[in-house]
Write a protein that binds this ligand. Structure first.
Ligand code: 1HE
Length: 268
């Protein structure tokens, strides 16, 4: 693996974010451990800067957190003085930024540990592949704090665990462990403490080897197809399938397999 580099990454990130390049994978770290990586406005705008300015040769991103927790969610200090209109703007900002992650240019792998709560869980659910270390736990304390999710959580989280489970989490303030989160789909992998970043880089490198068109189709077409009616879904799928197959790289990969030069699909 390459030695960490930062060349080409935006130099104007806030102190709460640290970025580096490892080959064609960019690694972004939430770096505000003294506040448990609580997401203040500066950090949220910094996420936007990072994802907007990703160098064109970056093919995947790994997002992780410094310290004992992935993220304690919204920085509650910023909540106390807002009026209604400011609160709407704040929520809409989170929506815009997290949409850039979910529907951005490259897939994002998140590495979760410790608290993954409130806005931290909303952020995690905007990423495409989630790896949990066994210390991870998930919660939506908004319900018991007298507020509501505002970072797109009510749109994304029910698509992962269902409306009923999210409702119960918010009503009772219950948390799910890393093991439970794996069973529910909050994470796709469960690894030992400290093993998440290595696994994240390994998966991001695999993702980076996919063709650009396929990654685009998986990130952008698949969720839209899944949300459309069947007839529109079948139509869109056939168009996207044809688009990806027509690429030179896809043709070369299929030919390589038929000539015995490409890996087989074997069990992990
Ligand atoms: C914070 C925050 C925060 C920690 N905003 N400052 N999120 C929550 O309701 C979760 C709130 N946080 C916690 O429950 C705990 O901090 C943790 C379980 C995550 C970690 O506990 P611990 O014992 O390791 O740390 P701590 O002593 O509680 O916190 C260390 C410092 O971080 C402390 O500040 P200090 O100046 O006294 O050192 C805390 O005040 C600070 N801190 N979490 C502000 N969240 C778009 S809408 C999204 C809505 C939400 O996300 S609501 C859920 C908010």
């Amino acid at each position: 693996m390459d030695v960490a580099r930062t060349k080409g990454l935006p130099g104007n990130l806030p102190a709460s974010l640290a970025a580096e390049l490892r080959g064609d994978v960019a690694v972004l770290r939430l770096s505000r451990p003294q506040k448990r990586n609580a997401l203040d406005d500066g950090t949220v705008y910094g996420l936007e800067t990072f994802f907007q300015a990703l160098p064109s040769d970056v093919k995947a991103v790994v997002l992780h957190g410094e310290g004992d927790h992935f993220s304690a969610g919204l920085d509650l200090n910023e909540l106390t003085e807002r009026d209604f209109a400011e609160a709407v703007d704040h929520s809409r900002n989170w929506h815009r930024v997290f949409e850039q992650i979910e529907f951005g240019r490259v897939p994002v792998v998140s590495v979760l540990h410790g608290a993954v709560v409130g806005g931290g869980l909303e952020l995690a659910c905007a990423t495409h592949v989630r790896i949990a270390e066994s210390s991870a736990y998930y919660g939506l304390p908004e319900g018991t704090r007298g507020i509501f999710v505002g970072g797109g959580g009510s749109v994304r989280i029910p698509r992962v665990i269902g409306v009923s489970r999210m409702m119960e989490m918010m009503l009772t303030g219950r948390t799910y462990s890393a093991e439970e989160g794996l069973a529910l789909g909050l994470s796709h992998y469960l690894v030992a403490p400290g093993a998440g970043l290595k696994k994240g880089l390994e998966l991001a490198e695999k993702i980076a080897r996919n063709t650009r068109l396929t990654n685009f189709a998986i990130m952008h077409a698949l969720p839209r197809i899944a949300e459309s009616d069947r007839a529109s879904g079948y139509l869109t799928e056939s168009l996207v399938a044809s688009l990806t197959q027509s690429g030179d790289e896809a043709k070369a990969r299929l030919k390589a397999f038929l000539e015995g030069r490409a890996p087989k699909v074997l069990r992990d």
